[in-house]
Design a protein around this ligand. Sequence first.
Ligand code: ATP
Ligand code: MG
Length: 387
Amino acid sequence: METVIIMRYGEIFLKGDNKWYFEKILIQNIKSALKQKNYKLEKIAGRYILSNYQPGTEKELVSIISKIFGLHSASVAVKLETDEMKIKDYCSTIKIGEKSFKVITNRADKTFPIKSMPFSSILGAIILENNPKATVNVKNPDLEIMVDIREDGNTYVSTETIECAGGMPVSSAGKGLLLLSGGIDSPVAGWFMSHRGMHVNALHFHSFPYTSLLAKEKVIRLAQQMSVYGGDFKLHIISFTKAQEEINKKCNKNFMVILMRRLMMRIAEKLAHKIDAKAIITGESLGQVASQTIESINATNAVVNIPVFRPLIGFDKNDTINISKKIGTYDISIEPYEDCCTVFLPKNPVTRPKIKDVLDEESKLDIEKLVNEALETDEVIDIIKKE
Ligand code: ATP
Ligand code: MG
């Protein structure tokens, strides 16, 4: 009797004629997530079966699999030849103690002689007989015992279904460029876009020597944690020091934040074109801070011609924090560090900038030169997927 891991995909199922395209990417992503392991991967209708892996590593493998976007659920299952007696014999050995359960039979193989409902009842009775303290609960059981009778002549029996990350396979929806700070929000924003299939690359601005090298090192660790879900990607680190010094020297300090953000966007757009990214992604949330009022967001948006995705725009901070804990970025994000945006910060930043005033301030700067000089400092770091 062999133990295998069943992986099921979700939304790809709805893709009709394009399904093959998404499946191809999903399989590549599964292989890349499991690259350190030995295993055999097979496809049967609507499912992938992982077998021949090192015995006893199921938990570790399921933990990796549960973070692959595009997969909906996974189960560790026993693989049996489809035969009424063999299935019954196996069910008589299942030990579930005092738990409540229900049996769900999925008879994909219509040549199997007993229909799903009666077969579930028969197997349920056998399990009860061998677990006198267990109870049947159809509405809200502790365990759903799945009996999956497939067309390939095999039946897969599992006692637990683990929810996976869902969404669409990473790289099935083009490339995006995430503005990654060291804070809580931007890694979560990146996660959401990876969840919808974007291959997310990241750009971080630092202000060395006003910000320390530790701030940069922290962002690299954040990026590594993001790769658990997002896979391999490139992190661009660009110096914002010169730009900030120029703004500080020549412009009204109360416009510092909006001028910096407009410059960041311009640099990001140019980099996005260079790396063939089709959108910029930020962790902004409406009204969270002075630079995220609708006026500020509009003034920032106005300088670029590329879509800017803000997946957290309607989120409360608490919701974002909960997700960052779930995806493992929270503990890194809350480490103290200096953000480049807090360098030279004015006492009274304008919160509702008028576009005319912003343009007046900007006319004091050589924008194109600042953008190009910043891009010349681009340091590219290859982030390799962490398990
Ligand atoms: P975060 O928690 O992501 O830092 P925040 O709520 O602190 O967000 P801001 O600091 O105003 O908000 O930044 C808004 C967005 O601008 C960030 O989510 C991020 O996308 C981008 N950003 C801010 N600072 C940087 C930086 N140093 N490098 C790259 N992007 C940045
Ligand atoms: Mg921040």
